[in-house]
Structures are given as structure tokens and as C-alpha cells.
Design a protein around this ligand. Sequence first.
Ligand SMILES: CC(C)(COP(=O)(O)OP(=O)(O)OC[C@H]1O[C@@H](n2cnc3c(N)ncnc32)[C@H](O)[C@@H]1OP(=O)(O)O)[C@@H](O)C(=O)NCCC(=O)NCCS
Length: 167
Amino acid sequence: MINVREISPDDAAAYWQLRQQIDRETEFLRFEPDHWLVTTQRVRERIELMLATDNQTIFVAEMATQLIGFLWAGGGLYRHNHHRVHILLGVLQAYQRQGLGTRLLKACEGWGRGHAIQRLELSVMTHNFVALALYHKLGFQIESTAPYALCLDGKYIDLHYMSKVLT
Ligand SMILES: CC(C)(COP(=O)(O)OP(=O)(O)OC[C@H]1O[C@@H](n2cnc3c(N)ncnc32)[C@H](O)[C@@H]1OP(=O)(O)O)[C@@H](O)C(=O)NCCC(=O)NCCS
């Protein structure tokens, strides 16, 4: 059985491993290899900080004791954007297409509604058709497209900025 739940500080090591594995598996999350040169202790402190803030969290998908997917939700730092949350998610390749992306996003939406979050936002590479299908399915809309937003290995990549207002 796969469980979707909010992260706890004790997940720090497993979460760190998961993020690194997903980064290795996908071209769509764009973190550099040295992005994760941090200690488990730092990851733990980051998780603690997020959980202590009412507009930030991380959800994880867990099977037995293995973490297999995540959704990171980072809220605005100021009063004027406290209601806005930027999200990022990923699922291990072996567990994709089993509804986990959908479950993680729905969990985030439920959490958002309970935390006075009014707007979920994200950016997605325009050729990430799977993620785009998922976001459209859940009611996210493309607000704008940024040509040449990223440069990866000398190749320029466009980004869609998408959002969903939680009414
Ligand atoms: C995007 C991602 C999180 C989706 O996770 P997932 O668990 O496979 O998603 P789901 O099983 O809930 O699928 C949801 C929808 O996505 C679409 N989808 C998923 N896999 C697909 C595929 N292989 N081909 C086409 N559409 C697909 C479908 O619309 C699907 O809905 P349906 O099953 O009702 O038809 C996952 O593919 C992933 O981690 N990708 C790499 C990281 C990434 O791109 N993150 C997003 C960065 S913006």
C-alpha cells in the first residue's frame, strides 16, 4: 500500500536520497549534481523550518518504509504573497503512472485550503508533456510562456508558468 503524508524531520535522510535519485532519473527538475552537496542535518533543519511555517510543507509518497515520491510546497515570505505557494514534484520512475502525482497534488490542494493558501503556482518545461497533462487534468492553467528561460547543456528551454486558484 502506498501512503501519501506530510514529511517529518526523521525523513531527512530518505528524502535526500529520493531527491537525488529522481534528479538522476529525469531531465525535468534541472538541479545540478552538486546541488545536493549538503548534509542530512541541513536537510533536517530545512524540513523543520518548513514545517514550522504555516505556508510551507513537503508531502511524500511512501511504500513500506521507502519514499517514492515528493511534492515540495514553498510559500511566499511576505504578507503580500503569503497566500501563494510554489510547488515542485517528482515520482520515482518505477512508480510513475500509478496515480501518485495526482495524489500528491490533491494532498497539497487539501493542505492549501486548510492553510489559507489561495494560489498554487509552478513552472514546467514546455516539452514535459506528462507533467503538463497532469497539471491540466487537475485544473492548472498556463498563464504565460517564457522563451529561453533555462540553458541546459547549451540548449535553451522554454518554461510555462502555470497556476491554480483555490476558491
Ligand atoms: C510528472 C510526474 C510527477 C507524474 O507523476 P505520476 O505519478 O506518473 O502521475 P499520475 O500517475 O498521477 O498521472 C497523472 C496524469 O499524468 C498524465 N500522464 C502520466 N504519465 C503519462 C505518460 N507516460 N504519458 C502521458 N501522460 C501521462 C496523465 O494525464 C495522467 O492521468 P491519467 O492517469 O488519469 O490519464 C512524474 O512523471 C515525474 O516525476 N516526472 C519527472 C519529474 C517531473 O517532470 N516533475 C514535474 C516538474 S514540473
